[in-house]
Write a protein that binds this ligand. Structure first.
Ligand SMILES: [Zn+2]
Length: 94
């Protein structure tokens, strides 16, 4: 598993494991996920656009970033969810 990830992304996952055993569910397209190198919380991502092999993503709390084949969005696993995303999602449901 995790073949095809960049060395940086692999290192990120290894660091996460060292920091407290946090694991992700592997690459995902959208939804609750963690982008490597972007903090230590999971945000709720929606796909904005596809640019070549990259995917532009926007989080419910307003972050914009790109996932690429070598640095993909990773499932949230046991990551703590961003509270701002959580609140925005709850507001949509009510
Ligand atoms: Zn967020």
């Amino acid at each position: 598993m995790n073949d095809g990830l960049s060395e940086g992304a692999k290192r990120f996952l290894a660091d996460c494991a060292k920091a407290g055993g946090t694991v992700t569910d592997g690459p995902v397209e959208s939804g609750w996920g963690v982008l490597p190198f972007l903090g230590r919380k999971a945000h709720h991502w929606s796909v904005v656009d596809k640019v070549g092999a990259s995917t532009q993503l926007r989080s419910a709390c307003g972050l914009v970033d790109y996932a690429t084949p070598s640095v993909p969005l990773l499932g949230a696993g046991s990551y703590e969810h961003c509270q701002r995303c959580d609140h925005k999602l709850l507001r949509h449901i009510r």
